[in-house]
Design a binder for this molecule. Sequence first.
Ligand code: LFR
Length: 496
Amino acid sequence: MTERTYVAVDLGASSGRVVAGWLAGGRLETEEIHRFPNGPVALRAGERTVLHWDVLRLFEGILTGLRAAAREHDVAGVGIDSWAVDHGLLDADGALLGNPVHYRDARTDGVPDRVFEHLPAPDLYARTGLQVQPFNTIFQLVAAAGTVQAATARRLLLLPDLLGHWLTGAEVAEVTNASTTGLLDVASRTWSTEVTDVVRDAFGLDVAALLPDLVEAGSVVGTIDPAVLRGEVPLVAVGSHDTASAVAAVPATEPDFAYVSCGTWSLVGLELDRPVLSEASRAANFTNELGLDGTVRYLRNVMGLWLLQESIRTWEESSGRRVDLPDLLTRAEAAEPLRCVVDVDDPVFLPPGDMPARIADLAARAGEPVPQDEVETVRCIMDSLALAHRRTVREASELSGRDLSVVHVVGGGSQNALLCRLTADATGLPVVAGPAEGTALGNLLVQARALGDVDGGLPELRRIVAASCELRRYEPDLGLDWDAAEARASGGPRAR
Ligand code: LFR
C-alpha cells in the first residue's frame, strides 16, 4: 500500500483509463489500474442515425477502476479529463436526457454559417478566441435547439463535469474545457453573455440558464460518494480538457517550445500568456483555448492519428485479420518518402469511415500518385501528418511572433518513431518525444499540487514529468524536400 495516491480518470476516443500515481523522490510513479474500450455508437433517432457516446458504460468503467484503485492504494484524490466540447443535458429532476451525442456526428453540418448570420465569425472570434470546428458546443446546441431534449434541459454539463457530478453531486464547469464550447469569453475566463444572448434571441435556446458556475483547474469540487470510495476523497477539477492536461505535462525546460499533443488528434501549437485575436489568426483558424495557471493554448487541430486508426479498422473489418501495426510502420519507413501527400485537414476525414478510400480519392483529385497498398497508404498518412505539423508549427510561430527551438511530441503518437522523425525533419527543429501518457500525468500532478504535495507553477510540474519518464530526441536530418511537398498538398488552413 503506497501513501497519498492520486487517481486520474483519462477518457479518450477509443479507450478510458484509470491511472494511479504517487510522488517518490521527486518523481511521479504511475500504475495503470483499469482500461476499458470506448467508441461511437450509432443509434436511429427518427429519420437519422446519430453517433452517441455510451456514457453509462464509461461511468461503469470509472467505478470499476476507482474501486480497484482503492483496494491497492490510499486514494488521496481523483481527477477526470476527457476530449472536449461534448456534454450531457439534465432535466429539472437531475436525470440525464439521452446519451451525449458524439462530436463527429453530422448534426452540425451547416450550423456554423447559420450562427454567423446572427453573430459574424470575426465577432465570435473576438469574444471567444475559438477556432471554428463544426462540433464546438455552441454549434451542437444550435443544432439541438427546438428538440424536446433541448426544451426540457435545465443543466448542461461537459463530459468530465457530468461524470464528476455523478460521483459527487457537484454541478460545475471547469474552465479549460469550458473554453472549447464557444460560449466562454477568452479574456475574462467567464461565460460570454453576448454570445449566449445571441443563441437565445436567434435560436430560442436559453443557454445561459443551462450553464453551471465555472471553476479553475486546481479547485476541489466535491467529495466522492462514500459508496464508491470511503474516506472523504476529494474530486479535484484538473485540466479536464485532455489537451490542457497534456500541455501541462509537456516536459519543456525552456519557454520557446512548440508542442504536438498527438493521439486521435494532433493538437499543434504554443503556450502563451495571452490570446492572439488578430484577423490573421482567425483566418488561419487558430484557437485560443485556456490552459492551466492562466495560460492560453494557442493551437490548431490537425486530424491526427485518427486517419491511421480508421484505416486499420477498415482493413481489419474488410479482411477479418488483425493488422500488425509495428510491422506496417517498419515497412512504411522503408517506402518512398513524400510520394503522395494529401491535406489531412480536409473535412472529408472528420466522420468515421473508409479512410484509405477517402485518401485515394483526395490524392487522385489533387493529381497525386494514389497509394496502391496498405504500406503506401500508411506512408502517405505519416508524411502528410508531418507536413501538417510543419505548417501549423510555422504559422503558430508567425502569428504569435514567437521563435521556437524545439517541438515536444506528447501522447500516444510520441511512440511512433517514424512520425516523430518526419516531424523533426519537416519542422527543421529537434523533436523531444514523450511522455506517451502525458494527459494522465498532467491530471495527476494538478491534483497533487491542489492537495499540497507539489509546490510551484507549470515549470515545476514539467520538471517532475521530465524526471519521471524517458524522452527520445529526433534531429531534423533526413534532408527531404518539404517545401515541394507543401506546394503539392492540396489544402492548407481553411479560413471561415
Ligand atoms: C483531443 C480533443 C481536442 C478536441 C477534440 C474534440 O482529444 O480534446 O483537443 O478538439 O478532442 O473534443
